[in-house]
Design a protein around this ligand. Structure first.
Ligand code: HEC
Length: 184
């Protein structure tokens, strides 16, 4: 009487297999975009630091980083931004999900997970969300560390009066790339 016919079960299995597959594909796309972002930004940052020190390189972070994010977003249809628990750019405040993922990254890092492996992808309400941690390297301390030279600090304060992104140490999580894609 109440026997479940195999058809609905097959459909459920098919849908979940499809979802897993789609998620894997979205995960791969997100990873590739993060790679492109880093590969475009970092050489420009290093070059600008070489040419004119951190004061010169501020513009790379302030202008180029958002520009790269916009270009990659435009090309791919993904929304791409950077977020932090202690943000410099007022637009880089983490939302509730991003905050919980950043906190999770911090506890994973503390319990020995390699920095490079700190990432998370999740399908939420038809939207695929992905985050990858950005860990503080020695180079980053020039602008995100402690005891910055006064002229540099002043330049930062002019652009970012509410800057919270100072006082970091190498190895700490500076923030993360945060991507999302409307999967439906
Ligand atoms: C030359 C100075 C400078 C250096 C070096 C630098 N940053 Fe930044 N960083 C900035 C500025 C300026 C911003 C604000 C950019 C913006 O307006 O989007 C920023 C923003 C960020 C953000 C976005 C979140 C936020 O707080 O606004 C992250 C993440 C970040 N930096 C990570 C790093 C990492 C990781 C490194 C080292 C690989 C690094 N930065 C090196 C100046 C610098």
């Amino acid at each position: 009487m109440n026997r479940l016919s195999p058809a609905p079960l097959a459909i459920i299995l098919l849908i979940s297999a499809f979802t897993v597959n789609a998620s894997q594909e979205l995960h791969r796309d997100a990873m590739s975009l993060v790679k492109q972002f880093g590969a475009t930004l970092k050489p420009q940052l290093i070059q600008a630091m070489k040419l004119g020190g951190p004061e010169n390189a501020i513009d790379v972070c302030a202008v180029k980083a958002p520009q790269i994010a916009r270009e990659l977003s435009g090309k791919s249809g993904w929304s791409i931004r950077r977020v932090s628990l202690k943000n410099r750019n007022a637009g880089a405040v983490a939302d509730a999900w991003e905050r919980s993922v950043l906190e999770e990254f911090e506890s994973q890092l503390a319990s020995g997970k390699p920095a490079k492996a700190l990432e998370r992808g999740e399908l939420i309400d038809g939207e695929y969300r992905f985050m990858k941690a950005q860990v503080t390297a020695p180079l980053c301390l020039k602008c995100h560390g402690s005891n910055l030279p006064r002229p540099l600090l002043e330049k930062i304060k002019v652009h970012y009066p509410d800057d919270l992104a100072l006082g970091y140490q190498a190895g700490e999580i500076r923030g993360a790339f945060s991507l999302s894609f409307k999967a439906e």
